[in-house]
Design a protein around this ligand. Sequence first.
Ligand SMILES: Nc1nc2c(c(=O)[nH]1)N[C@H]1C(S)=C(S)[C@@H](COP(=O)(O)O)O[C@H]1N2
Ligand SMILES: [Mo]
Length: 220
Amino acid sequence: MTDDTQAPESKLTTSKRKWAEQGKFLTGRPTRPESDRLPPGQHLVKNWPVLDLGQQPLVRTDTWRLDVTGAVENSLSLDWQAFDALPKSKKRSDMHCVTTWSRYDNSWEGVATHDLLDHIMPRPDATFVMLTSYDGYTTNLPLSDFASEEAILATHWEGEPLTRDHGGPVRLIVPHLYLWKSAKWINRIEFLTADQAGFWERNGYHMRGDPWAEERYSDN
Ligand SMILES: Nc1nc2c(c(=O)[nH]1)N[C@H]1C(S)=C(S)[C@@H](COP(=O)(O)O)O[C@H]1N2
Ligand SMILES: [Mo]
């Protein structure tokens, strides 16, 4: 057709069909269209870079402990055997580092945070968590992010035990936040009734760190 009133209509129809395919404007399960998979300002890498404070502690499973404390009904101090006896989960997720690299489709095995939460039962006034690691690193995040369905205390990546440089024997993975929230060599989880800044958060990084909102640095 050469009728030029037709052109904008058919463009709109094309867009509408695309939106329908992507489920745009649908509320319900928060699926992301493929085009939104890479957060703004990020680029893809195939390797897995190592980033930390520069000191990679050697943490042996025979001395490892995970202390879970603070605003909870049941404080716990888990040794490796007790941790290993918790239900195991597998997850597949992307990771996004604030230094602008992202890596797709990482497979994780370990203990889902919601399975740990079932045991310790945070008190109703618990709203944030502070993580402390064997290298002295700390990072804070909202309890709702820590408890997300995809969050896991990971012992394995791609079917292999997590290596020392990536935080073995256990690190947290919270894939929907920047990777600095995912504490390597985790040693302690403290439940808080108000937010407190961890290491990078005291040094200019954002308190939440949502990659899609580009929450890289704090506003002040
Ligand atoms: N214990 C600990 N966890 C840490 C860090 C750290 O220095 N110490 N660095 C954070 C930062 S800034 C990033 S980007 C990721 C990097 O994880 P990777 O080295 O496995 O890629 O770990 C996070 N977790
Ligand atoms: Mo980072």
